[in-house]
Design a protein around this ligand. Structure first.
Ligand code: KIV
Ligand code: NA
Length: 268
């Protein structure tokens, strides 16, 4: 497989080819996921949950994100590498946000992801001007979990839906390359996908987005309390005599053929 580039990813989305994203935190999984055809590897700050055993992503530091980004970057060959800007690494000032993004890009990221709407627009502009591709993240933004009052579906009422839409349009206007939307009703996500001029990558957002993302450990059936939107692809693979690589391959296939997520089973 040729290395995926931003223009190639844009072309795929424009052609209606689903973008397959998974979180990844180390070199071994980077090799396996890349070989299994995953398009986008996300060094998510969910590593605070799945690697560090924390309740939230808030304690994750920039140094930790850079470390895991370096680990993944050494092993990826084709997949495009995105790294999360962790809580507190872009909250002080534009200067701080730029320096944090630079650290992750130096660690091997090809794009950085920031959570939030209007308030991150100046940072998105500054990064894009400096040649740093940016992914947005709207809906349930885990770094704001305490303000949101828990892991709740976002955009359920009219106000919330309007705010989400305004934020998504503002991020697109500011130049984000894509936007992750997490835990929003399928109908709203479908509307956003139609109205927002950049690819949306859904998680708990129904099947109508340009792409899908899951936390690797959830897909592998390692989460004892998985959210409704998770499917255990490891169980499917194991039933067919396959292993981890087969589970990942099945996830990619299910995203591409539209059978995952099933709005009846995994949607809101
Ligand atoms: O950190 C993470 O894993 C994420 C994805 C769930 C989108 O941000
Ligand atoms: Na994240």
């Amino acid at each position: 497989r040729k290395p995926l580039t931003l223009p190639r990813l844009r072309a795929m989305a424009a052609a209606g080819e689903k973008l397959v994203m998974l979180t990844c935190y180390d070199a071994t999984f980077a090799r396996v996921l890349d070989a299994a055809g995953v398009d986008l590897l996300l060094v998510g700050d969910s590593l605070g949950n799945v690697l560090q055993g924390r309740e939230t992503t808030l304690p994750v530091t920039l140094d930790e994100m850079a470390y895991h980004t370096r680990c993944v970057a050494t092993a990826r060959t084709s997949a495009f590498l995105i790294a999360d800007m962790p809580f507190g690494s872009y909250h002080d000032s534009l200067e701080q946000g730029i320096a944090s993004a630079v650290a992750l890009m130096r660690a091997g990221a090809q794009m950085v992801k920031v959570e939030g709407g209007a308030w991150v627009v100046p940072l998105v502009r500054a990064l894009v001007e400096r040649g740093i591709p940016v992914c947005g993240h709207l809906g349930l933004t885990p770094q704001s979990v305490h303000a949101l009052g828990g892991w709740r579906v976002q955009g359920r009422d009219e106000d919330g839906a309007a705010r989400l839409r305004a934020d998504a349009l503002a991020l697109a206007e500011a130049g984000v390359a894509m936007i992750v939307i997490e835990l929003v009703p399928t109908a709203l996500s479908r509307q956003l996908a139609a109205d927002v001029p950049v690819p949306l990558i859904g998680i708990g957002a129904g099947p109508d987005t340009a792409g899908q993302v899951l936390v690797l450990h959830d897909l592998l059936g390692l989460n004892p309390h998985p959210a409704r939107f998770v499917r255990d692809f490891m169980a499917d693979a194991a039933a067919a005599g396959g292993g981890i690589a087969e589970a990942v391959r099945r996830y990619g296939q299910a995203v591409r053929d539209g059978s995952f997520p099933d709005p009846e089973v995994h949607g809101y």
